[in-house]
Design a protein around this ligand. Structure first.
Ligand SMILES: Nc1nc2c(ncn2[C@@H]2O[C@H](COP(=O)(O)OP(=O)(O)OP(=O)(O)O)[C@@H](O)[C@H]2O)c(=O)[nH]1
Ligand SMILES: [Mg+2]
Length: 312
């Protein structure tokens, strides 16, 4: 990941969160309750949600136990706590033991699913894997066309049917074609526009069963696409999806251009699902594997100290 670019795409979040923190930590002084209250407000404004409250509870406890005495102690401790909340760097996309690996992409409408499918297709192609996409969002003709346009642009084959077709039938055709053509990774786009949770559960359940029937063990990855600009609302969406389908990771789209990037911390913390990729723009190249250390460095820089990565 190009560090300077990550920094730039996180500019709005940086201004809000890092800006607030550097103002606070700029004046080194003895720690008191007022300082911790101000810190809480900054984290809240940075969209850390209840995770921010939890962090403050920890810091307040350690202040009372006299483990933290100065604002500088808090600075160092806060970075370590944030790092802990973000978890380990995300693993690469799974590989099936044999046959095609299937990646199912889910999420609410407009979250960035189709764009993320295209970005992932490009990334895996560049890694030398043979990729195919399946247009299982059959609700609108435009959705199929959108994926077809992306597939042509990034140079991967697409399996599609007419609008209104059964999404599971497209999934079946996709899995069959992937096996027949020796495809390494089949990426399945799905619809976000379902009326109720029951509809969603039924549709995704059927797609999953069909995939597994044709390719045992599929889908090997189920990635939830969340729109970072919705901040804490993204977490509520994610909670619904975790009840509908077992998720293996999150793609956090639209991290560029939002001041709500702090939500990343609470997504990992509240859902226990790793953020695997970050969407940093509208182009096919704008997807990066999520690296907690680099994310914190890019977001907070000197504000919170800690090991600085080399530019890359
Ligand atoms: N800035 C920015 N825009 C993005 C990113 N990812 C997606 N978008 C934009 O978000 C809009 C919706 O993206 P789609 O990929 O169509 O979202 P979707 O989830 O497939 O939408 P539906 O199929 O309608 O449910 C498009 O205008 C995309 O260009 C991102 O990482 N950054
Ligand atoms: Mg779509």
């Amino acid at each position: 990941m190009i560090f300077a670019r990550l920094r730039e795409t996180l500019r709005k979040t940086r201004e809000k969160l890092a800006g607030g923190l550097s103002k606070l930590f700029g004046l080194k002084r003895e720690l008191d309750d007022a300082f911790l209250a101000e810190l809480e407000a900054v984290l809240f404004a940075g969209d850390l949600g209840t995770t921010g409250l939890e962090l403050l509870a920890t810091l307040r406890g350690e202040y009372r136990e006299r483990k933290l005495k100065t604002t500088d102690d808090v600075r160092v401790r806060l970075r370590a706590l944030l790092r802990q909340k973000l978890g380990e760097p995300s693993p690469a996309i799974a590989r099936a033991a044999s046959g095609p690996t299937v990646v199912l992409v889910v999420g609410v409408n407009g979250s960035g699913k189709t764009t993320s499918v295209a970005k992932l297709a490009k990334r895996l192609t560049l890694e030398g894997r043979k990729v195919m996409v399946a247009a299982c969002d059959t609700f609108r003709a435009a959705a199929v066309e959108q994926l077809a346009t992306w597939a042509a642009r990034v140079g991967v084959p697409i399996v599609r049917k007419e609008a209104g077709a059964d999404p599971a039938a497209v999934a079946f055709d996709g899995a069959a074609a992937a096996v027949a053509q020796g495809i390494d990774v089949l990426i399945v786009d799905t619809a976000g526009r379902l009326h109720t949770r029951d509809d969603l559960m039924a549709e995704l359940g059927k797609v999953r069963r069909v995939l597994d029937k044709k390719i045992p063990g599929a889908p090997h990855e189920t990635l939830l696409v969340l729109d970072a600009t919705t901040g804490q609302n993204a977490i509520r969406q994610a909670e619904v999806f975790t009840q509908v389908v077992p998720l293996t990771g999150v793609i956090l789209a639209k991290l560029d251009g939002t001041a709500k990037g702090g939500a990343v911390v609470s997504i990992r913390d509240r859902l226990g699902i790793p953020v695997r990729f970050a969407g940093l723009g509208e182009k096919a190249d704008d997807l990066e594997p999520f690296d907690p250390e680099r994310f914190l460095d890019a977001l907070l820089e000197e504000t919170l100290g800690g090991e600085q990565s080399e530019g890359g």
